[in-house]
Each structure stands twice: as structure tokens, then as C-alpha cells.
Design a binder for this molecule. Structure first.
Ligand SMILES: *[C@@H]1O[C@H](CO)[C@@H](O)[C@H](O)[C@H]1NC(C)=O
Ligand SMILES: *[C@@H]1O[C@H](CO)[C@@H](O)[C@H](O)[C@H]1NC(C)=O
Ligand SMILES: *[C@@H]1O[C@H](CO)[C@@H](O)[C@H](O)[C@H]1NC(C)=O
Ligand SMILES: *[C@@H]1O[C@H](CO)[C@@H](O)[C@H](O)[C@H]1NC(C)=O
Ligand SMILES: *[C@@H]1O[C@H](CO)[C@@H](O)[C@H](O)[C@H]1NC(C)=O
Ligand SMILES: *[C@@H]1O[C@H](CO)[C@@H](O)[C@H](O)[C@H]1NC(C)=O
Length: 601
């Protein structure tokens, strides 16, 4: 089965296993703003039961009320919670593409929850952009029909309260500019400045919100979504006087189970859920795996091990493209000649940043920005190799325009967004714009590692930078920005889970998953290496890794592969996983010049 062309506008960048300072700003594209405008989220009153409202033509929207602090709830790790308690709450924004059959139909198979990664990626955006495609992938006509349910994790996008630290977009942009002009983290002064700035940003965030953004809380919220969704189905069936269900989750009086697809950071969310609530797992597909122990320890050592290999595939592709690659010179005898030139530019910018004019402003062009351009391009090689080659070729002759124009790299869209202050709205209402992803991301990452990372002081920062830059000469420096965001992070989540991660083999009991985990990866991923997929499989008994022979981030996103699609459909249908270590061919490879991949944009 082939995926129809997805609408990437809404969600592709949400898949970045992001840095806190360069997260998902392209979500603030025109289209994303239209999404917020096209439905009046403030008109929905958050409720502890799931109350859907028609929205966006074919979708159903809801705001589910959950306790802000799950540690204060009795039965917080069971399924008995049913809150209308007046305490502080979060309202989780949900966008669901309903199944193509009514819930009373025997082929109705329940909701599949999705998470696009980040952390801080928006599941509602992903649902609006991709739910139709995903439904086409998992549905078996006449036999199984799923709802596709996207939700914004607490703090994210349309969920409230917002995980935002700045009251003004102008101030946010000014601080982003300041950070990007700082000396390299590899210098003593640059490290001190970056450490100090990140520590100070922590002071801007509201602990009453930021203490409650842990992934464990989001996992518990997902359980709530599962239970409340099931309740709706039971009600509808009661009304229709029917009992039957094709769902993997909760027929026969069993507690309803989660069906889930998580990408990138979403694999950590899935791992957390499966480890906290193994008996509530129905189906769990994770793609592009984060190492849970490394992430919760705040060490970030299990990410960029394959990054230089990934960069080399880019240089090889360029070299093999001969004159079609603007970065290749006729005198080059190997792809390493190209790498040497780019590395020399990185070193030179590290020694001495270049002041340059772009778009009527003076910018500081740093090695960090160049590394960040490469790092962010590697997520989606098919789409990004050609523009990256052009950008680097221009950079080598001193033209940094396209890097400075790149909102993902710069972390903000200075010309337009600073001049249009969003009108002050009620903080209880979902915000129109999502311009605070880097702050939520920081809150989730730093909170998740708060208990186990130890004291994150300047000495820790120096050690972190040394370790991570040692892993990749090209993108190591850019990657250090992620852990450095947690400098002196002040908030400890009261409801947290830092392991042990893992689950037992399915044994038809209510204490084990209904099916083993299906774990996907590409072969060469610069952010979540294949090795993480295997180590996750060792923790979850019976699980299997299927790999697509491709470069990029996440098997289902980096390329197309009918072999992977077949595995995914079979898994959701029967719960069967392929032989551990199965390798699938990719149908497309990245090329320079860009060649479209049918099924990918
Ligand atoms: C889950 O419940 C058990 C027993 O009620 C309790 O001991 C444990 O602390 C709870 N865990 C969390 C994360 O709340
Ligand atoms: C629903 O299930 C219950 C218990 O399994 C059974 O007694 C009842 O007849 C069923 N109702 C219908 C309409 O199938
Ligand atoms: C720099 O690159 C941009 C495209 O990225 C191009 O439009 C511009 O003409 C270039 N400037 C110079 C001076 O070559
Ligand atoms: C750098 O990496 C090498 C091997 O890849 C390792 O032997 C060395 O200990 C590392 N150095 C640091 C500071 O992590
Ligand atoms: C679970 O139940 C199914 C259907 O009854 C059976 O085929 C399967 O062997 C059982 N699995 C285990 C591990 O007991
Ligand atoms: C899957 O294969 C990997 C690599 O061979 C291995 O380490 C892992 O234990 C296997 N997983 C399972 C669940 O057997």
C-alpha cells in the first residue's frame, strides 16, 4: 500500500528531535495560523468527559480536562480517575479524524493516538496534515476502521495552560538573536554566556505550569484519552443496543487499551506509557527511537553517533551527482574533498564569526548557524539535499543569505512576527499562534531529566560540550544546544517516570501488552541511531525492529517503502510483528538535483 502525498506544510518540521532554541517555528506558517483561525477553540469549554465538536470540515475537536498534577490524584496510575475536581487542570486539545464507519459497526477499531515528536510537536497539526494518509495506511476496508486522534501534549500549541516563558514575541525574538550571536560553546567565554543565558531563561518560566510538563504526565493523559474515548463508544453502543467490537483495545469487559504511533520523541512517550501501563497497551508503533535511559539521564550521548555517517552520505551524493551538485568542484577526486572545504569553513567561523548583511540587517554568522543548517537538513534528505548543497556552496563564497533566511535555523521569523504582536487573549484560551515551541520543549526535556541528571552547573556544561562535540565534528556543536538548555533548570516534576523501562511479552493477561511493540528505524539516522531501536527491543519482550535501508529520520517519514507499509498494516490488524531485524528496501533515495518521491512531497 502506498501513502498518498501528505500535506507536509503542517507537520514535517514537528518531527525534529528538536533543539530548544530552534524548534518548530515553521509551524507558524500561514497555513498553521489559518488552522488556529479556522476553528474557534475558545468556544469549547474543557470537560472531563470527551465532548466532540465538528471542526475543519471532516474532523472532530475536543478539549479534555485533566488534572494538572497527576501526583495529587488518587488512582493516578490506574484508570479510575474521573475528575470534575475543581483543582488546577490542563485542557488537552484533541483533533480526531473519525473512522469511516460508525462506532457501532463491527469493523470499528477504536482510536489510534499519534505523536509527532519534538518534544513539543503538535499532534493536532499532525492529525490535520496526515490523519487521512495514516488512516489509509492502517485501515483494512470492511474489516478494521480506525479513528486517527491527534492531541497536543500539555503545554503544547492548543493545549492550555501554554508552556510559554515570554509574554511578548518581540522579547522572545530579541533573545533568540542574542543567543545566535554568541561565541561558540567550544570557547570558554561562549560556554559561560550560553550557560548563563539558558539559566536565565529558566527564571522566565512559570513553575506552576512548567513543573507539570513531564512525559509521565502526558502518558497519563493518553490513558485518560483512551478511557474517555472508550466511554463514548460504550455510550453509543448502549444507545444502539450493540456489544461487538473489532478493537484491539477493550472488548469483553477488559480495560480499553492504547493504540499508538509515535515518532522521534514520540517513541520515548510510547516507551514511557508501555513501561508505566503495560497492561493498557493494545498496539504500539514507534519510529526513530530515543534512548530512554540516556534521555532521562540528560546525557544525550545516544543521539548523534551516526551523524557523521549521515553527513557523509550527503557529501557522497553530491560527489556522485557531478556537475549537478553546486557544492562539487571539478578538481574533486573524492567526496572527502567536499567535506574538507565545509569543515574548514566551520573551523574558520568558530575562530572568527563573520558579520554580514542580509535583508537590511547586520547578522553574526557563526559556526553554530552553519552546523545547525546541516543538522536540520539531515532529517529529510530527499527534500533537503539540493537546497543544502546550494546553501553550502553559497556559504563557501561568503553568501550566507539562505542560512539566515531559514526560519528553522534561526528559530524565528524576525521581519513579520516581531511587528505583529498577537492580540492579548485570555490565557485560559488556546493561543492563536504557536511561537513558544522552544520553551515547551525545554520544559519537557529538562523536567524529564531533572531527577537523574545531577547538578547541571558550568562544569557539567563543559563536560557535556566536550562529550557531544567529540561525537560529530559537523553537527556536534549545534547539538550541544539541546542539553545546555537545561543549565540550572529549576523545576522538578512531582509526577515523573525515569524507569525502569520495559514490558513483558504478551500473555493474554491484563498485565501485559496485547501485542509486542513494533519498532521502526532507518539505517542511518543522525538524531536517533538504529542502535537505539535494538536497545529498545531488548527492553520490551517479543518486540521487533524493522529497518528501512535509507538515510534520514524515521522509516515512515524519510522515504517510501511498501514493505514497511505492509508490516504496519499487518501489525495493526493482527498484532503480529515481523522477524526482528527485518530490512526493507526504500523506494526512493535522495538525489541532487531534487527528484520527487511519489508518496512523499
Ligand atoms: C501507583 O500506584 C501505586 C499503588 O497505589 C503507588 O504505590 C505508586 O506510587 C503509584 N505511582 C505513581 C507514579 O503515582
Ligand atoms: C451485550 O453483552 C451482554 C454481556 O456479554 C449480553 O448479556 C447482552 O445480551 C449483549 N447485548 C447485545 C445487544 O448483544
Ligand atoms: C546569495 O544567495 C542568494 C540565494 O540564496 C541569491 O539570491 C543572492 O543573489 C546571492 N548573493 C550574491 C551576492 O551572490
Ligand atoms: C572521544 O571519542 C573517542 C572515540 O570515539 C573516545 O575514545 C574518547 O574518549 C572521546 N573523548 C571524550 C572527551 O569523550
Ligand atoms: C492468547 O490467546 C490466543 C487466542 O486465544 C492464542 O491463540 C494465543 O496462543 C494466546 N497467547 C498466549 C501467549 O497465551
Ligand atoms: C532484536 O535484535 C537485536 C539485534 O540483534 C537484539 O539485540 C535484540 O535483543 C532483539 N530483540 C528481541 C526482542 O529479541
Amino acid at each position: 500500500m502506498r501513502l498518498p502525498a501528505p500535506s507536509w506544510t503542517f507537520w514535517s518540521t514537528a518531527l525534529l528531535f528538536t533543539t530548544p532554541t530552534t524548534a518548530f517555528l515553521p509551524l507558524r506558517t500561514r497555513q498553521a495560523e489559518d488552522i488556529a483561525a479556522a476553528f474557534d477553540w475558545a468556544s469549547i469549554t474543557p470537560t472531563p468527559d470527551l465532548q466532540y465538536h465538528p471542526c475543519y470540515d471532516t474532523f472532530q475537536c475536543a478539549r479534555l480536562r485533566v488534572p494538572l498534577d497527576w501526583s495529587k490524584e488518587a488512582g493516578s496510575n490506574a484508570s479510575s480517575f474521573s475528575s470534575s475536581s475543581p483543582g488546577p487542570y490542563a485542557a488537552i486539545a484533541i483533533v480526531t479524524l473519525p473512522a469511516t464507519v460508525p462506532v457501532t459497526d463491527p469493523a470499528y477499531a477504536g482510536p489510534i493516538l499519534i505523536n509527532p515528536g519534538g518534544p513539543a510537536g503538535s499532534g493536532t497539526d499532525m492529525a490535520l496534515g496526515l490523519a487521512t494518509v495514516m488512516q489509509g495506511l492502517v485501515d483494512v476496508p470492511g474489516v478494521r476502521h480506525y479513528d486517527l486522534l491527534g492531541f497536543d501534549p500539555r503545554g503544547v500549541r492548543l493545549s492550555t495552560p501554554s508552556g510559554s516563558c515570554y509574554a511578548s514575541q518581540f522579547n522572545r525574538a530579541m533573545d533568540a538573536v542574542a543567543l545566535r550571536g554568541m561565541p561558540t560553546a567550544l570557547s570558554e567565554q561562549g560556554l559561560q554566556m550560553r550557560f548563563g543565558m539558558n539559566r536565565a531563561v529558566g527564571e522566565l518560566c512559570d513553575g506552576d505550569v512548567f513543573r507539570h510538563l513531564s512525559t509521565a504526565s502526558v502518558a497519563r493523559d493518553m490513558l485518560e484519552i483512551v478511557d474517555r474515548s472508550h466511554e463514548l463508544v460504550v455510550k453509543a453502543k448502549g444507545a444502539a443496543g450493540s456489544n461487538s467490537t473489532a478493537s484491539a483495545c477493550g472488548g469483553n469487559g477488559e480495560k480499553p487499551r492504547l493504540q499508538y504511533m509515535g515518532f522521534s520523541y514520540g517513541t520515548f512517550l510510547g516507551n514511557t506509557f508501555a513501561s508505566m501501563f503495560p497492561g493498557r497497551v493494545g498496539r504500539m508503533l514507534v519510529d526513530g527511537v530515543v534512548d530512554g535511559a540516556d534521555y532521562t539521564a540528560g546525557t544525550w550521548e545516544k543521539n548523534i553517533g551516526d551523524a557523521d555517517a549521515s553527513v557523509d552520505i550527503f557529501y557522497r551524493t553530491c560527489f556522485d551527482s557531478e556537475a549537478s551538485c553546486p557544492l562539487r568542484q571539478s578538481s574533486d577526486t573524492s567526496f572527502t574533498d567536499i567535506r574538507t572545504r565545509v569543515d574548514a569553513l566551520l573551523s574558520s567561523l568558530r575562530e572568527a564569526p563573520v558579520m554580514t548583511v542580509y535583508n537590511d540587517r547586520v547578522y553574526t554568522m557563526t559556526s553554530y548557524l552553519l552546523g545547525e543548517k546541516i543538522r536540520t537538513s539531515l532529517y529529510a534528505p530527499i527534500q533537503n539535499y539540493e537546497p543544502l548543497a546550494i546553501s553550502l556552496a553559497e556559504a563557501l563564497v561568503g553568501n550566507f543569505s539562505s542560512i539566515l533566511a531559514d526560519q528553522v535555523v534561526m528559530g524565528f521569523d524576525l521581519p513579520s512576527s516581531v511587528c505583529t504582536e498577537s492580540s492579548a487573549s485570555d490565557p485560559a484560551d488556546p493561543p492563536q499562534e504557536y511561537n513558544f515551541a522552544s520553551e515547551v520543549s525545554r520544559g519537557i526535556i529538562c523536567g524529564d531529566s531533572q531527577a537523574s541528571a545531577g547538578e547541571r552547573d558550568l562544569a557539567w556544561a563543559a563536560d557535556t560540550v566536550a562529550r557531544i562535540t567529540n561525537q560529530s565534528s559537523t553537527i556536534g556543536e549545534a547539538w550541544t544546544n539541546i542539553p545546555l538548555a537545561c543549565a540550572d533548570w529549576p523545576f522538578t516534576p512531582p509526577y515523573a517516570f525515569a524507569g525502569p523501562f520495559g514490558s513483558k511479552a504478551p500473555d493474554n493477561s491484563s498485565n501485559t501488552p496485547a501485542a509486542p511493540l513494533l519498532i521502526l528505524s532507518t539505517k542511518t539516522d543522525h538524531a536517533t541511531p538504529l542502535e537505539n531501536a535494538y536497545s529498545l527491543s531488548r527492553l520490551h519482550e517479543g518486540s521487533s525492529v524493522a529497518m528501512v535501508d535509507a538515510v534520514g529520520h524515521c522509516a515512515l517519514l524519510a522515504t517510501t517503502s511498501s514493505c514497511i507499509y505492509g508490516i504496519v498494516q499487518e501489525y495493526f490488524h493482527t498484532g503480529k510483528v515481523p522477524v526482528n531485524g527485518t530490512v526493507c528496501e526504500a523506494e526512493c533515495v535522495p538525489e541532487i538535483p531534487f527528484k520527487a518521491c511519489p508518496g512523499l512531497p
